[in-house]
Ligand binder design. Structure first.
Ligand code: XIL
Length: 341
């Protein structure tokens, strides 16, 4: 591993990286621990990850490995994600006979009960093993709902037509936050302790105007109803053609609301074929983006990149989206972040 200035020492907020257990040993682990002070589980805390083949709840072994890695190395953990339309078992939305739940009172209540059990089981598992209210607690936040905003302007409420929405309507979002608040607070708190886990809503394309308006309108409705949403996440899966001003505008758009914010899943593929010139352009992109993030540091709970090395990125086929290459070497993107003051 190169003897470089740690990224985390140069930024005014925690700097996170999405990983799985492959990054908890060897050179990947060395690189991670040098540069980052927070992790997100790329897949192993998603809804489906908490259930075995028979649908029985248990922590995924890799989720446990990541939590233990965080405890051992004094890293913060950003939880991802309690409720999503994707990577969720089909049986969540079915009755015992395997038929789709409908919208009768009984079917709606069945899904509410399932949501409650799901969130409380996760909170109890993490609390029991890692003492969420103790000094060594690594878990600082959770994405409570992910990608609930519609990509189209077709619906007055601006919400994605998911199975959650089909059965419960907008109510599932309120319930998810209320249950998470209870599960991470009253149920397990030592008397008088504050809930240690900041509750986020998270979405992509929030740098684009239509999505952003629908996102903000939902957050305003939630806050008006007293729903305990603490934070607004911007995934920022962008590319070199996305103006940096759009990233800044997304953050300032929420600046008048009583919430913190985060850049939760940053990556910037170059397009293919990847050339030296594009990697340099990407370096300037990271420089300019992190200048904006630093300028809004007061609003940011963390900034996270969605993967450690290019080949491990879910967007690697779009061209080298991350900060380090597959040989664990710093790319121009690293120098953009660290030297770009
Ligand atoms: C992606 C992971 O990176 C992939 O490994 C997985 O196959 C699919 O999910 N928005 C999110 C993340 O909130 O959970 C997604 O992660 C990327 C888009």
């Amino acid at each position: 591993i190169e003897d470089l200035t740690p990224i985390k020492d140069t930024q005014p907020y925690p700097v996170g990286v999405a990983i799985d257990s492959r990054e908890t040993s060897g050179s990947a682990s060395d690189l991670l621990l040098r540069h980052f002070d927070q992790i997100t589980a790329e897949n192993h805390m998603k809804p489906e990850a908490w259930y075995d083949e028979a649908g029985v709840f248990r922590a995924h072994p890799d989720a446990d490995a990541l939590m233990q890695f965080a405890v051992d190395n004094d890293l913060r953990v950003y939880g991802h994600v309690l409720v999503w339309h994707s990577q969720t078992p089909a049986w969540f939305f079915q009755n015992d006979a395997g038929e789709p739940l409908g919208t009768t009172d009984a079917d709606k209540q069945a899904l509410r009960d399932r949501l409650h059990e799901h969130i409380f089981a996760i909170a109890e598992d993490l609390s029991t093993k890692y003492g969420l209210f103790g000094d060594g607690n690594p878990l600082v936040a959770f994405d409570v709902v992910n990608e609930v905003i519609s990509d189209s302007a077709d619906f007055a409420d601006g919400l994605r037509r998911s199975e959650w929405y089909r059965i419960l309507g907008e109510e599932f979002i309120d319930l998810a936050f209320r249950y998470a608040d209870e599960a991470f607070n009253q149920t397990y708190a030592a008397a008088g302790a504050d809930r240690p886990v900041t509750l986020f809503i998270n979405d992509y394309n929030t740098e684009q105007s239509g999505k952003q308006l629908r996102y903000k309108a939902l957050v305003e409705r939630l806050l008006a109803r007293g729903v305990p949403v603490d934070g607004v996440g911007h995934q920022f899966h962008v590319n070199l053609a996305m103006p940096i001003s759009a990233l800044e505008q997304a953050i300032t758009a929420f600046g008048d609301l009583p919430v913190t914010q985060a850049v939760t899943e940053f990556d910037v593929p170059t397009g293919t074929p990847v050339t030296e010139a594009l990697l340099v352009e990407q370096g300037y992109y990271f420089r300019d983006a992190f200048r904006v993030f630093r300028a809004h540091a007061e609003d940011l709970f963390h900034v996270t990149v969605w993967g450690l090395t290019d080949g491990r990125s879910w967007r690697s086929s779009n061209g080298a989206p991350l900060v380090f290459d597959d040989g664990y070497q710093a790319k121009p993107a690293y120098h953009g972040i660290v030297d770009g003051e």
